[in-house]
Ligand binder design. Structure first.
Ligand code: AMP
Length: 478
């Protein structure tokens, strides 16, 4: 028999808020984490967004605040939640407000890209909880607007993403400022070595809860890949969007300029679309997210950096306009649909140059993504390359039925026909430049055969420059 919230030692004020949120049964991470957290234990949670991890740490924190029964002290929060993105910070704070609506507690969000004055004012009035991105939090600590001396409950959310985004030095500084006597919660979807090391330094006598490793999200999402020449991607997207069953569609692009161009051209074509990326102001991003959540916008174009905190139920389709360079980004992208146990659909548009990324993704998720050839832009070239280059994924994992019909095409016979019918492929040795959402420049050089080779590829999530980076103002004492 499954456990209910009412079976857990949660105070009535929170129980009634959970009821009004329609949270009846705890998710696995909630069922396993809430009891030890309520006992004051440290926790290592291996879980990703969509598992209900926010409530898993928010419920015990709110219960603690209620039981402490103290007014908030100016500049000295008792709870601190650190998350990698502004969107995630806002989302966590919203969840905290909803779960804690019958509890007298005050909180503030802290993130960069906006003026610090309202954040400083909130800290001066006193808050129980700060939900923050690392950079701006350290700024305010440096300026002595925030002190961690009275902290009792610390949460580090999406630790692996912090590492990806280059926030590790900031996180380590924050961890060094924590008082010895505190409860800590450490959450990460994956546990690469530096993350394990950080967890070991932070946690004491902790319990470990592992729920659905990242690749498992893939199980709930109906995934397909469509082979298409780059020059046909836009036409294929138009066709996909023309189906009215695709009610709330999230389209991913690697670069912010690409995302901008695409959303503008969709709007010009009469599609209800908006764009969200690291280059837009916080207010603009929040406004767009709200409209998408409320169903005012049908199609949202996002980059990986901007998408991280998107928590919107009922996203019917995720379309990967570009195949993500990092396999993990793929798992996060498709995880935007199939939220909270629902099912969803993802469609990846793959051109011949992106096959290597597709193969990495399939190795990571441990399955071959079914190929959908039932569209007018099926690229014989890409499918052909796919068949030829697919030798490193075991044959047993790729069903016969997925083999491209076009495999008969003559290759290796000296035929120059392999590029015929692909006008999108330029033949030039000039390097071209792509700029990812985090500002990293990727150079590609076209070889004589027309194939694009990457020179020093820089995955989008590394060396993030535009996002969360501190521009430390001169120290301004209170
Ligand atoms: P999270 O992983 O915290 O981002 O939560 C993912 C989604 O699940 C959010 O939309 C939550 O509101 C929802 N959720 C969290 N816990 C529960 C629950 N016990 N029952 C139903 N929905 C939940």
């Amino acid at each position: 028999m499954s456990i209910k919230f009412s079976d857990l030692p949660i105070i009535p004020e929170i129980q009634s808020a959970l009821k009004s949120l329609d949270y009846l049964t705890p998710t696995p991470i909630q069922a396993e984490s809430i009891p030890p957290l309520l006992e004051g234990r440290d926790l290592l949670g291996c879980a990703q967004t969509g598992t209900g991890k926010t409530a898993a740490f928010a419920i015990p924190l709110l219960q603690k605040i209620q039981q402490l029964g103290k007014y908030a002290t100016p500049y000295q929060p008792v709870g601190l939640i650190v998350a990698p993105t502004r969107e995630l910070v806002v989302q966590i704070a919203e969840n905290m407000s909803a779960i804690g609506k019958h509890i007298k507690f005050r909180q503030t969000t802290i993130f960069g890209g906006v003026g610090q004055r309202p954040q400083v004012t909130a800290l001066a009035k006193g808050v129980h909880v700060v939900v923050a991105t690392p950079g701006r939090l350290l700024d305010l600590i440096d300026q002595e607007y925030c002190s961690l001396a009275k902290l009792q409950y610390f949460v580090l959310d999406e630790a692996d993403r912090m590492l990806d985004m280059g926030f590790m030095p900031d996180v380590q500084k924050i961890v060094r400022l924590l008082p010895r006597n505190r409860q800590s919660v450490f959450l990460s979807a994956t546990m690469p070595a530096p993350i394990e090391k950080l967890a070991a330094a932070l946690l004491h006598n902790h319990v470990t809860v592992m729920v659905t490793p990242p690749s498992r999200t893939a199980d709930r999402v109906k995934q397909t890949v469509m082979f298409v020449d780059r020059g046909d991607k836009r036409k294929l997207l138009d066709q996909l969007l023309s189906e009215s069953s695709r009610t709330r569609v999230l389209v991913f692009m690697r670069t912010k300029h690409g995302a901008d161009r695409l959303y503008k051209s969709l709007v010009d074509a009469g599609v209800s679309a908006e764009g969200i990326h690291g280059g837009r102001s916080q207010n603009a991003r929040q406004r767009v997210l709200n409209s998408f959540r409320d169903g005012e916008i049908r199609v949202l174009i996002a980059t990986d950096v901007a998408s991280r905190g998107i928590d919107i139920d009922e996203i019917s389709h995720v379309i990967n306009y570009d195949v993500p360079v990092e396999a993990e980004a793929y798992v996060h992208r498709i995880g935007r649909t199939a939220r909270a146990g629902a099912s969803g659909e993802s469609i990846t548009l793959c051109d011949g140059d992106e096959l290597k990324y597709l193969r990495e993704i399939e190795k990571t998720i441990g399955m071959a993504i079914p190929i959908d050839r039932d569209h007018p832009f099926h690229s014989v070239d890409a499918a052909d390359d796919e068949l030829n280059q697919y030798s490193n994924l075991s044959k047993s994992k790729r069903p016969q039925s997925q083999r491209p019909r076009s495999a008969k095409r003559g290759r290796g016979s000296g035929s120059t026909g392999s590029n015929a019918g692909t006008p999108s492929r330029k033949k030039s040795s000039e390097p071209t430049k792509d700029r990812t959402d985090d500002g990293a420049v990727t150079q590609r050089r076209r070889s004589i055969s027309g194939k694009v080779r990457k020179i020093k590829p820089r995955p989008p999530s590394h060396g993030n420059k535009s996002f969360g980076k501190r521009s430390r103002p001169k120290s301004k004492k209170r």
